[in-house]
Design a protein around this ligand. Structure first.
Ligand code: GDD
Ligand code: MG
Length: 346
């Protein structure tokens, strides 16, 4: 059984971070999320991956290659035109096993596949949708189920008063390949708006099971930050790179921490990071590989990707910086989201 990772979305709500990057390649705790995802699924026995890619496919291909570095096989189904979530699955059809899993590659989760698979085999239908419960379902696909957990209705992004429940599509499916006969080949098709409602009407057996463990869609800046704080305070138990000795300080290799500098937990420092004297980093800071931080810097609730350069006496709170951002001296920044081009949004 192989896994199809849907990695072709635009990531508009994470701009400017994802300006020239497929959203699942956004760093989460200093690694592309897609890498965490491949490792997480590999640890559960998946060895064969297909990545459905559209925007900047070369980023993903250059990073992962054939997957051998991770001990898995990765193939790529590239979309030339906009295909939508179901179109992307149809486009990958020739690579898929008779039974396969589909994962929205922008979901940060610790989902265990085995219960979902057992349930899928037990009900014998063509689709099982992993579900989770949220307070506000209006940004998600919402389901109504019967007493046997069969899905009776699937409504994508309903208004609150029209949402049939708080149970939402977690973006993880087990599917039988024969279900793909319902997806047309020649146009954009949304699995949420078109295919799931059709499969339900056709009564092919669409069931839902609530998954356990951490789950969060990284698609907005607020949630992207929250994922990091949840990782640092270990609400989310996914592995964090670097050494930690119970102190809440994760430290990479070859770092230089200047005299009088302070790391306030929880904090994650990547490899080869320099921190100048008397700077205070944390609480809640994630510093990417090869970053250089000057003297007397204060940095809390902030995420910076690899190769950022922060000059002396800068104060940062609640910021997110993309790869290689450079900041001149003596600035105070609060809630800035910037990439190297300097684009900035609150
Ligand atoms: N290859 C490919 N091609 N991938 C796509 C395409 C496409 O045309 N469109 C979207 N994707 C990928 C995105 O990269 C993302 O990983 C996933 O499909 C879902 O797309 P989003 O754009 O992130 O959708 P959403 O977050 O608004 O809603 C989806 O996820 C929710 C869970 O977070 C839906 O599946 C909802 O029903 C669900 O509740
Ligand atoms: Mg999403």
């Amino acid at each position: 059984m192989n896994a199809l990772l849907l990695a072709g979305g635009l990531g508009t709500r994470l701009r400017p971070l994802t300006e020239h990057l497929p959203k699942p390649m956004a760093l989460v705790a200093n690694r592309p999320w897609l890498e965490h995802l491949v490792i997480h699924l590999k640890n559960q026995g998946i060895r064969d991956f297909v990545m459905a890619v559209k925007h900047y496919p070369e980023h993903i291909r250059n990073y992962f290659g054939d997957g051998s570095k991770w001990g898995v096989s990765i193939r790529y189904a590239v979309e030339q035109t906009l295909r939508g979530t179901a179109g992307a699955i149809k486009n990958a059809e020739s690579y898929l096993d008779d039974r396969f899993i589909v994962v929205n590659a922008d979901i940060v989760h610790e989902v265990h596949l085995l219960p979902l698979l057992e349930y899928h085999l037990q009900h014998g239908g063509e689709v099982t949708i992993g579900l989770t419960e949220v307070d506000d379902p209006t940004q998600y696909g919402v389901v109504e189920q019967d007493r046997l957990d069969r899905i009776l209705r699937f409504v994508e992004k309903p208004r609150l008063e029209e949402a049939p429940s708080r149970r939402i599509n977690a973006g993880i499916y087990v599917m039988e390949k024969k279900a793909l006969r319902y997806i047309p080949e020649d146009r954009e098709v949304s699995i949420e708006r078109e295919t799931f409602p059709l499969l339900i009407r056709e009564q092919v057996g669409v069931y839902g099971q609530v998954i356990s463990g951490y789950w969060m869609d990284m698609g907005t800046k607020e949630r992207y930050r929250k994922i990091h704080w949840d990782l640092l305070n270990r609400t989310c138990r996914l592995p964090i790179p670097g050494r930690e000795n119970g102190s809440g300080i994760w430290l990479g290799d070859d770092c230089e921490i200047g005299p009088g500098a302070l790391l306030v937990p929880p904090v994650l420092i990547g490899n080869n990071v320099k921190i100048g004297e008397r700077s205070i980093i944390g609480p809640f800071a994630v510093i990417g590989d090869d970053c250089e931080i000057g003297r007397h810097v204060r940095c809390s609730e902030t995420i910076m990707w690899d190769r950022c350069k922060i000059n002396d006496a800068i104060h940062l709170n609640n910021c997110i910086f993309g790869y290689g951002l450079e900041l001149g001296s003596r600035q105070i920044l609060h809630e800035a989201v910037m990439n190297r081009m300097g684009a900035m949004q609150a």
